[in-house]
Design a protein around this ligand. Structure first.
Ligand code: HEM
Length: 547
């Protein structure tokens, strides 16, 4: 009986999926672009859960297919520009649930970003960020303006200045630990860059300057907001599937309860901070000079402005404030820490680039210790560390594609000079990773990590053609933390390589060639989370020495 029930449900599902696929295929054909069909929606929850073992099995028994090539969350990374080189500047991935129109023509990409109200951010894809409340990434396009105006306020030169000093301090302490590891080399690259960037965010976000080594040790246990944040970040996909109430329920398994508890700890910490700041504001005091207090002040000012303007008061509610603080924490540190980890891994393969960075650092600071480095006078001069960041983000951007949606209306789009009509409810995807690794724009060595490509013969940073480089996104909805991340990254890299060099350590009996191949494999094996990152960066054994 049960078997028959399952069989009928399964048959119904297969017929339904086939009908939906046929319908989407007919809609996609009207665009006149190359089409790749997938029998299952890439947003199907069951598929999201089982896709990695399923793809390995399918590949093993039946060889590569469209499903194994384009069916996983990280297909953009594995494919880079190959699909576009094969199908052209625009092609459609058609599934029973969605049509994904992938675009790599730079002019079309710029156009899509500029038409924010026609190619809308599909907030339904960002729901996992709604752990504490709606935020700038999850509200609709009308509400977005209010959120964006308020959350942009704290991203100013004061914050960058604090980020600079704190990044130098964290890098110094991190390096001290790495040098002490000596010939052992088990430094925990991802864990440490993550600790350092979260400490930078804490200093800028709530005026808390943590000691790198104390926080690194305490992160392995305890109930700090930091441990809570890591737990939430590592489980954000899972939290999309299981509501918070169930995670904290009496009958939930211990590992689920831990995630539920992390949400409570983070919320309590942030609420406390907000209440303290609110109190200061209500007493007419200036409040602290950190990101969270500026956010609160900006929200109150916005609401006051609107009250005196047209009578409609609306800053951010407490839940929205919490939602945005969580988003800033989430968006703000793993992005930079992954970029640092990828860069250091590449630098171990390129000792000449380490010398190249050090040469510039010495030309600017000589042997002065980084405690004396000033932000305003020197950040702009440090072009080589920034070139390293640009190059890493060209090949390893934390967010690999930015889907936009036509929602209920068809939209015209010009690709390579030809106009096409995109039907309603199609995801239009500027293919970030594809355009950033396309030989047409980056030359035959597009897949080679080469920071020097970013500095021209006049020692100026190269400005790529518009629409060919956008790791921080583009248009009004771009990343508000762009400069903040650059300041953090440049300070860390300049300080690490002023006097030191890094090299990867061979395992027992391992040849240099094998070590290099192993390193490249680690760099190219990704974890399947929300952001692109190395799966196994912590397994790298790196030795740091003073030169
Ligand atoms: C290497 C570093 C970083 C990269 C590559 C990066 C990239 C991005 C991208 C691509 C988006 C747009 C996402 C989309 O439209 O779907 C974004 C949004 C955002 N980023 Fe960053 N980011 C970085 C660092 C930071 C930092 C350090 C902060 C804050 C401290 C930050 C805060 C945000 C916020 C709040 C948004 C949402 C903006 C909105 O929706 O209007 N990011 N980031």
């Amino acid at each position: 009986m049960i078997f028959l029930l399952f069989l009928s449900l399964y048959t119904f599902w297969v017929v339904w999926a086939a009908l939906c696929l046929a319908n989407n295929y007919a809609r996609a054909r009207r665009m006149g672009v190359p089409i790749v069909l997938l029998p299952i929606s890439t947003m199907n929850i069951l598929w999201i859960v089982i896709q990695h073992p399923a793809i390995s099995l399918l590949e093993r028994f039946f060889g590569p297919s469209n499903l194994t090539r384009y069916g996983s969350r990280d297909w953009h990374f594995r494919d880079r520009a190959q699909a576009h080189i094969k199908f052209g500047d625009v092609w459609a991935l058609v599934t029973p649930g969605e049509i994904w129109l992938n675009v790599v023509d730079p002019d079309a990409i710029v156009d899509i970003f500029q038409r924010r109200t026609q190619f809308l951010r599909p907030v339904e894809l960002y729901q996992m960020l709604n752990v504490f409340g709606m935020n700038v990434s999850t509200v609709n396009s009308i509400e977005w303006k209010r959120h964006r105006k308020i959350i942009s306020a704290p991203f100013n030169e004061l914050a960058n200045n604090i980020a600079w000093a704190e990044s130098l301090k964290q890098a110094r302490e991190m390096l001290r630990g790495w040098v002490q590891e000596g010939s052992n080399g088990n430094i925990g690259l991802h864990r440490d860059t993550r600790t350092a960037t979260l400490n930078v965010l804490a200093a800028t976000g709530f005026n808390r300057s943590y000691n790198f080594h104390e926080t690194r040790t305490s992160e392995q246990h305890g109930e700090s907001y930091r441990v809570a944040l890591f737990t939430l970040m590592d489980n954000s996909l899972f939290m999309q599937l299981v509501p918070k109430a169930i995670l904290s329920s009496l009958f939930a398994p211990a590992s689920w309860k831990q995630i539920g508890r992390a949400a409570e700890v983070f919320k309590e910490y942030m609420l406390n901070l907000l209440h303290q700041e609110k109190q200061l504001l209500s007493e007419g005091k200036a409040g602290a000079s950190h990101l969270t207090s500026s956010l609160l002040r900006a929200s109150e000012e916005y609401s006051h402005e609107k009250q005196t303007g047209n009578g409609k008061a609306k800053g951010l509610t407490i839940n929205e404030l919490l939602g945005n603080i969580y988003l800033i924490n989430l968006a703000g540190h793993d992005t930079t820490s992954n970029t640092l980890a990828y860069s250091i891994a590449h630098l171990t393969l390129c000792p000449d680039v380490q010398d190249w960075i050090s040469e510039e650092v010495h030309a600017i600071f000589g042997d002065s210790p980084s405690e004396t480095w000033e932000y305003e006078a020197t950040f702009k001069q440090l072009k080589r560390p920034l070139a390293v960041m640009y190059e890493t983000l060209r090949m390893f951007p934390p967010i690999m594609a930015f889907p936009k949606s036509t929602k209920g209306q068809q939209q015209s789009l010009e690709v390579n000079g030809s106009a096409m009509m995109v039907p309603p409810n199609v995801y239009v995807v500027p293919s970030l990773l594809a355009v950033q690794s396309h030989t047409t724009h980056w030359g035959e060595d597009a897949l080679v990590w080469k920071p020097s490509r970013w500095i021209d013969e006049n020692n100026e940073l190269v400005l790529p053609r518009k629409g060919t480089y956008l790791p921080w996104s583009d248009g009004a909805q771009n990343c508000p933390g762009k400069k903040f991340s650059q300041v953090t990254f440049v300070a860390a890299i300049a300080s690490l390589f002023q006097f030191h060099r890094v090299q990867a350590l061979c395992a027992d009996g391992e040849s240099k060639e094998h070590l290099e191949a192993r390193l490249r494999k680690i760099i190219n094996e990704t974890a399947h989370g929300v952001l692109l990152r190395m799966k196994d960066a912590d397994s790298l054994r790196l030795s740091w020495r003073r030169v």
